[in-house]
Ligand binder design. Structure first.
Ligand SMILES: Nc1ncnc2c1ncn2[C@@H]1O[C@H](COP(=O)(O)OP(=O)(O)OP(=O)(O)O)[C@@H](O)[C@H]1O
Ligand SMILES: [Mg+2]
Length: 216
């Protein structure tokens, strides 16, 4: 079983958006047995993956589809044996990562404006976690390329940290996906959008980093 946590100590940078699409891509496209866990007090991943139907209370388990189970377990990794190929965890900004969460990979979304501050604040926790680290530029705008260059300089000294070579664009379709509680490829004008293409490619690269990419 492999695990990935989507983490940033700042809010609103795209953690839940990436976690939802990565879990769906793994379960529905790659047919991996996937468990998505909301470590986030808001319960956003559970609400999104149930289409807004499920009441979110501590310990809620929702069977999304044969290969995807969603668990709400705010602020801690559930202490249970999970029969899964992949666990995707959506973390809360306030979560202390190191010590609290065991994982193979940490994906850190950053947006253009706050990228460097976010990352520098989170670095001690990220390094201590000893997981592989993947920094992803989300909602990259015109300043994205400049920020990416600055990020590369800041990350050069951090072991096991890579920066995703592409970016997730600021995408109206991804925004609609969150509003409709649906995946981006199921919202109007979503399927062929740049946002959908980017988040599929990112999800596949995350699976590849975990050694899970080949199975279909
Ligand atoms: N690439 C994108 N393009 C357009 N909108 C986006 C993109 N990524 C995220 N958003 C929007 O930004 C808002 C915050 O995204 P999201 O909920 O994924 O962030 P978060 O890091 O999980 O936030 P929180 O810290 O509150 O848990 C949502 O309205 C979402 O639709
Ligand atoms: Mg969230």
């Amino acid at each position: 079983m492999k695990s990935v946590v989507i983490y940033n100590n700042k809010g609103g940078v795209g953690k839940t958006t990436i976690a939802v699409h990565c879990a769906l891509r793994a379960a529905l496209h790659h047919r991996l047995r996937t468990v998505a866990i909301g470590l986030d007090r808001q319960g956003d991943i559970l609400r999104w993956l149930s289409g807004g139907e499920v009441w979110v209370g501590d310990g809620t388990v929702h069977e999304h589809s044969p290969n995807l189970t969603v668990i709400y377990s705010p602020n801690q990794q559930p202490n249970m044996r999970l029969n899964a190929d992949l666990v995707v965890m959506d973390s809360s900004p306030s979560l202390a990562l190191a010590g609290n969460v065991r994982t193979d990979l940490v994906v850190v979304p950053v947006d253009g404006r706050l990228a460097l501050d976010d990352l520098q604040n989170a670095l001690p926790d990220l390094i201590e976690s000893q997981a592989k680290l993947l920094v992803v530029m989300n909602r990259a705008d015109a300043g994205g390329t400049k920020t990416l260059a600055a990020l590369k300089r800041a990350c050069a000294k951090v072991p096991k940290m890579t920066i995703w070579p592409a970016m997730v664009p600021d995408s109206a379709a991804l925004k609609r996906a969150a509003e409709y509680y649906r995946p981006v490829w199921d919202v109007p004008y979503g399927e062929n959008s740049e946002g959908a293409k980017a988040i599929k490619a990112l999800s596949d690269d995350i699976l590849q980093m975990l050694g899970l990419g080949a199975r279909r």
